[in-house]
Design a protein around this ligand. Structure first.
Ligand code: F0G
Length: 459
């Protein structure tokens, strides 16, 4: 019998010390960082759940592969080892490595997006959103309505709303839509998966209108594992087979390899179209580097080639998805509301529900992020109005996201169950005096991707 929360399918060979600094030192660190946890020193963080991106632990095989890195400028062995893995797993005709996911997005947007064009998706991640906007385009999020109901137990809450997508294409016309996307899993919406059925239906709608379909594949392996667990007909298929089936519906993909390829740096841009590939290579040479290294060292390409397979390992995935579910369960048991069901890479706490007295323009999830650091030296990330509220350029009105969330992203193969217990205990303490907590206001905020560099003042 498989345990509900499978133990780590590895043991620890190298350790990295972490320490909890004193409450006074934590208060001073918060103040110095303008209450923005992105601006803190990592050495002042005890448990870092800011992101699961590039923060995972590499395996002995990956470290061994690093020693085999071929640093030739062009045509390195490392590139060919990565090429074999990428072709084997994703099956696209062409690919280039990039230094991370947003570099792939930038190059794709530079080659395809023109001012006033639209790029629909279930939900764009913030860097994809910003890369489309940076070219004068407009991102559109057409996820199913269940995604914004935190209690709803829909097994595939990342699904595209097919009716909305059809209406959207009809409204703007395919000439205004250079390509369409789907993000798997849907990070901005709680790490929720997209079903195979929905991916196929989305691909069909795009293709009927002649719109190329790109998958944001950052967490594709976690998504495929959910398909295996939850979608009828996939129980007996391997996660790798499921992945092949999924990518066969698409014309290309962008990927931050810092997630499911379990590397500290790296990305991929894959596609089938020959002419677009030529343009992408030219853009890549300008911005990232020669097409056989794309802004990475040869050793990084080798770590990715190995990590891509480790990310598909089903014992690892069972442990990984179990760890997230475990943390969600600990929190829910003490009455802390999280997006249901638990996502793939993190637990998303409904901060709006914990602090009903803090309005969205005073950033309840930012308040919870600060409080969690103050209480336990733990760093999460706000996914609410700091990250996503935006000013409509036409109406000059502010649009606020439907949910104010604090994401606790779990780095891969990095923290143990007792770390997660400590996180749950810290949150339980905060919840018991939730009505004492106040909101925040900006003292500085840039126009794009403001959560990275904004500064705040407590109200
Ligand atoms: N797409 C998704 C779905 C992501 O989650 C991210 C990054 C990117 C693209 C961009 O990739 O960071 O390699 O440039 N997400 C990180 C996070 C930053 O914390 O969720 P990148």
């Amino acid at each position: 019998m498989t345990p509900i929360y499978p133990p780590e399918p590895f043991r620890i060979k190298v350790v990295e010390p972490i320490r909890l600094i004193s409450p006074g030192a934590r208060e001073a660190a918060l103040k110095e960082a303008g209450y923005n946890l992105f601006l803190m020193k990592a050495e002042d963080i005890f448990i870092d759940l800011l992101t699961d991106s590039g923060t995972g632990a590499m395996s002995q095989e990956q470290w061994a592969a690093i020693m085999r890195g071929d640093e030739s400028y062009a045509g390195a062995r490392s590139f060919h080892r990565l090429k074999n893995a990428v072709e084997d797993i994703f099956g696209f005709k062409h690919f280039v490595p990039t230094h991370q996911g947003r570099a792939a997005e930038n190059i794709l947007a530079a080659c395809l997006v023109k001012p006033d064009q639209w790029v629909p998706s279930n939900m764009h991640f913030d860097t994809t959103d910003a890369n489309i906007r940076a070219r004068g385009g407009r991102p559109a999020n057409l996820v199913i309505d269940e995604a914004s109901d935190p209690e709803n137990q829909h097994p595939f809450k990342g699904n595209m709303d097919i009716t909305k997508l059809k209406a959207f294409i009809k409204m703007y016309g395919c000439e205004k839509i250079p390509f369409g996307m789907v993000t798997v899993t849907n990070n901005a919406g709680g790490g929720q998966p997209v079903s195979m059925e929905n991916l196929k239906a989305t691909a069909d709608v795009y293709h009927e209108s002649g719109i190329p379909f790109f998958i944001d594949a950052a967490r594709y392996a976690e998504n495929c594992y959910f398909i295996k667990q939850r979608e009828p007909g996939y129980e007996q298929k391997s996660v790798k087979e499921i992945a092949r089936e999924m990518f066969a519906f698409a014309d290309g993909m962008t990927m931050s390899a810092k997630k499911d390829a379990i590397v500290n740096i790296g990305g991929l841009l894959c596609l089938n179209d020959d002419t677009l590939f030529q343009n992408i290579k030219n853009e890549l040479i300008l911005r990232e580097g020669f097409p056989t290294y794309g802004g990475l060292a040869g050793r990084d390409l080798d770590a990715m080639a190995v990590g891509l397979y480790e990310g598909l390992d089903e014992d690892y995935l069972a442990y990984r998805i179990g760890q997230t579910a475990y943390l969600a369960k600990q929190l829910n048991d003490t009455g802390i509301p999280t997006i249901q069901p638990a996502g793939g890479h993190g637990v998303y706490i409904n901060a709006g529900a914990i602090f009903p007295h803090i309005p969205n323009y005073e950033f309840p999830a930012q308040a919870l992020a600060v409080e969690l650091y103050r209480e336990g030296g733990i760093r999460g990330v706000e996914i609410g109005s700091v990250m996503f509220a935006c000013l409509d350029p036409e109406t000059q009105q502010w649009h606020y996201p439907k949910l104010e969330l604090l994401r606790l992203a779990i780095p891969r193969r990095t923290y143990t169950q007792s770390h997660l217990d400590y996180v749950a205990e810290s949150l339980a303490k905060i919840k018991s005096s939730a009505d004492q907590i106040r909101g925040y206001k900006f003292t500085y905020a840039p126009e794009l991707l403001r959560h990275f560099t904004a500064r705040f003042e407590p109200l």
